[in-house]
Design a binder for this molecule. Structure first.
Ligand code: PLP
Length: 459
């Protein structure tokens, strides 16, 4: 499969570049030139597959020139053997909606599903090259934990994770800091998540630094993550018995990676009705999708921190698409966003977006209310991100089989749960031990030179 950048569609890339580089040299995002399409007969033939076997089928066409089908099979099986559910995910019914639990991996959020695979892809690639790579990533909590678990103990790889000191929950922090592997380095930055992200961006942009340490990234723009995430849309479709009504998904959204994976599945032929982009108060995507106003505002801290974003990086992939794969128009849109902090989506393009996407926004109070209502009615505790997905279906009028993506386990966000229902959401028993483990992390000022020096010293 050939890939291009959203900012230059004349140059072709292979999956290896797409995966290792993450971001294209021109600042654009990688996107495949064409897709493998599935018809109803193909989908019917997937019906009784195990999750991991379905994953092999969906992923292979994207990466066929990177590894053999047999090698992919081994890595997929290895990646998904660490999940607490045999079939990785679990579909339950809550009221008149289905909820797709994606948090049964080692660090209790959906990010494990893609990240475990990425970790094994890196190891596979480095085994054949002799290179040593340093992964540097900023996190508001979930990405870092998932990345650490996927990379820890692997040969030829180090991982440095920057999190905002004292601004993530203690469970989130302990999931990152309690390991003893020598290739994991946690840095608590005296600053907020934006500061952490800016530090990582600045390190990438400093070519002499980033080349000297062979720096690589695993953030949500990495195409390999998107492919891995599209699998559970297929899988949950196959689990729904009644296919006479449209199947819609509500996706708690930050960087637009997870919901874009649903759009990708739809483009590959999966008959999805609507994708509901569910946001918290940081609602840039809701303003974009409902009114065509993609305007940057200041980030607010919320009880759903993994969705606290200013700009949704993966949205560029959709902009490219609705501009009929025009790199020129995408470059011009991204220039507006960078220079003016705003981009107006024309009516005809917005109509096109609304064929596939709707959106909603949930306030802090509304989120707490959903958690309370669901607990009182069904004795099930939703995490705040999932509650946004669940509550968003009440804000739009879509009929059919409505599926909510449950993106995190409630025990990761104890403060919000306590505030809503005055209860502690316990960790799964397999993970209780982290509460008493020794933590390892260094606290460093929000200072680029200090962070670079620290990284250089450790490698
Ligand atoms: C990362 C994350 C999200 C947002 O996903 P995107 O792909 O960035 O849109 C939502 N919920 C949880 C729990 C997350 O960790």
């Amino acid at each position: 499969m050939d890939y291009v950048s959203t900012r230059n569609s004349s140059k072709n890339f292979k999956f290896k570049d797409v995966f290792i580089k993450g971001l294209a040299e021109d600042g654009g995002l990688y996107i495949p030139k064409s897709l493998h399409k599935y018809n109803q007969k193909d989908l019917d033939s997937f019906k009784n597959l195990k999750y991991s076997d379905l994953a092999k089928k969906i992923i292979y066409p994207f990466i066929g020139d990177f590894m053999s089908e047999n090698d992919l099979g081994k890595l997929v099986d290895k990646s998904y053997s660490v999940f607490r559910e045999k079939n990785v995910v679990n579909l339950i019914k809550i009221g008149n909606r289905s909820v797709l639990e994606l948090f049964h991996g080692p660090t209790l959020a959906f990010k494990d599903i893609a990240m475990q695979l990425l970790g094994n892809f890196y190891e596979y690639y480095l085994d054949s090259t002799n290179e040593k790579i340093n992964i540097v990533v900023a996190t508001s909590g979930d990405t870092g934990a998932a990345a650490i678990d996927a990379i820890k103990g692997k040969k030829n790889l180090n991982i440095f994770v920057l999190h905002p000191n004292n601004r993530i929950s203690s469970v989130q922090r302990k999931l990152m800091t309690t390991g003893s592997e020598k290739n994991v380095f946690n840095i608590a930055v005296n600053g907020n998540f934006d500061d952490c992200q800016n530090l990582v961006k600045a390190m990438f942009a400093d070519k002499s630094f980033s080349n000297s340490i062979k720096m690589s990234g695993v953030n949500s723009i990495n195409w390999a993550r998107i492919i891995a995430q599209s699998v559970y849309y297929f899988y949950s479709y196959l689990l729904i018995e009644d296919k006479t009504h449209p199947i819609n998904f509500s996706v708690p959204t930050g960087n637009f990676g997870d919901v874009y994976a649903g759009y990708l599945a739809k483009k590959m032929g999966l008959p999805i009705g609507k994708l509901l982009v569910a946001t918290n108060q940081n609602d840039i995507l809701h303003r974009a999708i409902s009114k065509g106003e993609y305007n940057i505002e200041k980030v607010l801290e919320t009880i759903s921190p993994s969705m606290d974003i200013q700009l949704a990086s993966n949205f560029e992939r959709l902009l490219y698409d609705i501009n009929n794969s025009s790199d020129i128009e995408t470059v011009s849109a991204m220039k507006d966003i960078k220079e003016k902090g705003r981009y107006k989506i024309d009516k005809d393009k917005l109509d096109k977006i609304n064929l596939d996407f709707l959106s909603a926004r949930m306030s802090e109070e509304e989120i707490l209310k959903v958690i309370k209502n669901i607990y009182e009615k069904f004795e099930i505790i939703l995490d705040p991100h999932t509650a946004i997905g669940y509550g968003s279906f009440d804000k739009v009028n879509i009929e059919g089989n409505n599926i909510v993506l449950a993106t995190a386990h409630p025990c990761k966000f104890p403060d919000a749960i306590k505030k809503s229902i005055k209860l502690n959401a316990n960790l799964p028993k397999e993970l209780m031990f982290i509460l008493d483990e020794k933590e390892n992390y260094d606290i460093i000022d929000n200072n680029l030179d200090k962070i670079k020096k620290h990284i250089k010293e450790k490698i």
